[in-house]
Design a protein around this ligand. Structure first.
Ligand code: GLU
Length: 468
């Protein structure tokens, strides 16, 4: 049997970490078994589905290198095919037309609430003759058999039993003619020969309904694995509605696809104590057996740790390329300063993200901005003007611009003015970078180059004179 999996997101929002995790697991499981991975867009909710979210889905998967073998298929374009089944099931009596109006249903519900009964459709239209012509608007409901139960083995949770009396005759076709998720998902999965359905645990309640439809059709039931939820640190479920952290935001914020995939893989799956997984290792080692039953907590510190690891681990050429593109996207002209390769070398092990590196890169390609904030007031003042002037004079005289010679000058000034290191380098740092936190200032000055440093010092001195 060829393994066929699918990722079937609804385009009603941007992909978040939970969606991508199911995509990753489904993809890896297919790859591990030399199978096929299909992308299907479940846009049955026509009002909430948006093209922009479909774009988000494909862009995100492409960025993470989760490549689909088939698709993207749009569920809404398959309605015609699915309607043929509805007609067949109307004749066989597995589904029926329900003419109850909104008001009737609301009254039913109210009555059930007041009698403290389970809220469910009361079955009023169950025994109408479907073939009689009736011009009133109607929905089509699936007829849950009166007696019996559904049982299935979930690969993560084990055996699950749901009795028919716990289920409602659910709607499969709305009054406007559109079909609902529970119906389309079954037909699409059957049509695409999906063998393994790996999806979020929020769908576990849908599974018995879907199995009922599969049974009505007389088809084979696929294997299910319902992945546990991801929570934030307050143990609140990560969801589209409350945590709209679009995965592409991670890209924008300087996370590497390798780090994010590795992080997401481990968020709910383990392989002994192994933390680092290359793409090839993931494809080789992934299995359903090691998926966690309990919820996973999203931990940004761990993601940062992994991102820093990959920032330093990936080939230098790849990283320099990546960083160059990243700077270009932020409109930084990298021709006007040191080589990105040299910056990458001094910054990569101090930063968690490309964004952090990028923020440091600014100082080499753009002039510092001395806004009137507390930091500037504290360091760019008349007292420090003396230090900056001395530095300027001595830096101008350096013949060989090197880290060693820069350090020598700093020491000379400490002795001449009888002040400590911090008193020299802090005003210097602020004057040339506008920042109070950078890698060792002598390396920064060296990379920046003598002319630029001299210019920045002159500007800082003028700033002090103008503002004091
Ligand atoms: N379209 C569903 C969702 O986005 C997924 C359904 C499924 O995987 O069966 O939650």
């Amino acid at each position: 049997m060829k393994v066929i999996t699918r990722f079937a997101p609804s385009p009603t929002g941007n992909l978040h970490i939970g969606n991508i995790r199911t995509a990753l697991y489904s993809w890896l499981f297919a790859k591990k078994n030399n199978g096929k991975f299909i992308l299907r867009i479940e846009d049955t909710d026509v009002k909430r589905s948006k093209k922009i979210f479909i774009e988000n889905i494909t862009k995100t998967l492409k960025w993470l290198n989760i490549n689909w073998d088939e698709g993207p298929y749009l569920q809404s374009q398959r309605f015609k095919k699915h309607n043929i089944f509805i007609d067949k099931m109307l004749s066989s009596g597995h589904v029926y037309k329900c003419f109850c109006t909104k008001e009737e249903l609301a009254n039913q519900k109210q009555e059930q609430i007041s009698k403290k009964k389970k809220i469910r459709y009361n079955g009023k239209c169950r025994n109408l003759n479907n073939l009689v012509n009736n011009t009133k608007p109607y929905v089509i409901r699936f007829r849950i058999p009166d007696k019996g139960f559904i049982t299935f083995i979930d690969k993560i949770r084990g055996k699950i039993i749901v009795y028919n009396n716990e289920l409602d005759d659910f709607i499969i076709k709305r009054t406007d003619g559109t079909l609902t998720y529970n119906f389309c998902v079954v037909l699409d999965d059957l049509d695409m020969n999906i063998t393994h359905i790996i999806r979020g645990e929020e769908h576990i309640n849908n599974t018995p309904k879907q199995i009922h439809i599969i049974n009505a059709i007389g088809a084979k039931i696929p294997i299910y694995a319902h992945v546990s939820m991801i929570t934030d640190k307050f143990k609140k479920k990560i969801s589209k509605r409350y945590h709209s952290i679009n995965i592409l935001e991670y890209k924008k914020n300087g996370y590497l696809p390798e780090a994010l995939l590795n992080y997401i893989l481990r968020l709910g799956w383990s392989y002994g104590n192994k933390e680092i997984f290359s793409l090839e290792e993931m494809k080789k080692l992934f299995n359903l057996k090691n998926l966690n039953k309990s919820p996973s907590i999203f931990n940004i510190d761990k993601l940062n740790w992994l991102n820093r690891y990959y920032l330093n681990k990936l080939p230098e050429k790849y990283m320099v390329n990546y960083l160059t593109k990243f700077c270009q996207q932020k409109n930084i002209n990298t021709h006007n300063g040191p080589k990105i390769k040299n910056l990458y070398k001094i910054f990569s092990n101090r930063c968690n993200t490309l964004n952090e590196i990028n923020n440091l890169c600014y100082i080499f390609y753009m002039d510092p901005i001395y806004s009137k904030n507390i930091l500037i007031k504290q360091y760019l003042n008349l007292k420090n003007k003396i230090i900056l002037k001395k530095l300027l004079k001595k830096f101008k005289l350096i013949h060989l611009w090197s880290v060693k010679n820069i350090n020598l000058i700093v020491k000379e000034i400490m002795t001449e003015l009888d002040i400590n290191l911090k008193n020299v380098i802090m005003p210097l740092r602020i004057a040339v970078t506008g920042k109070n936190n950078t890698p060792p200032i002598s390396s920064i000055l060296f990379l920046m180059g003598q002319n630029k440093v001299i210019n920045h010092l002159k500007n800082a001195i003028s700033f002090i004179e103008f503002n004091n």
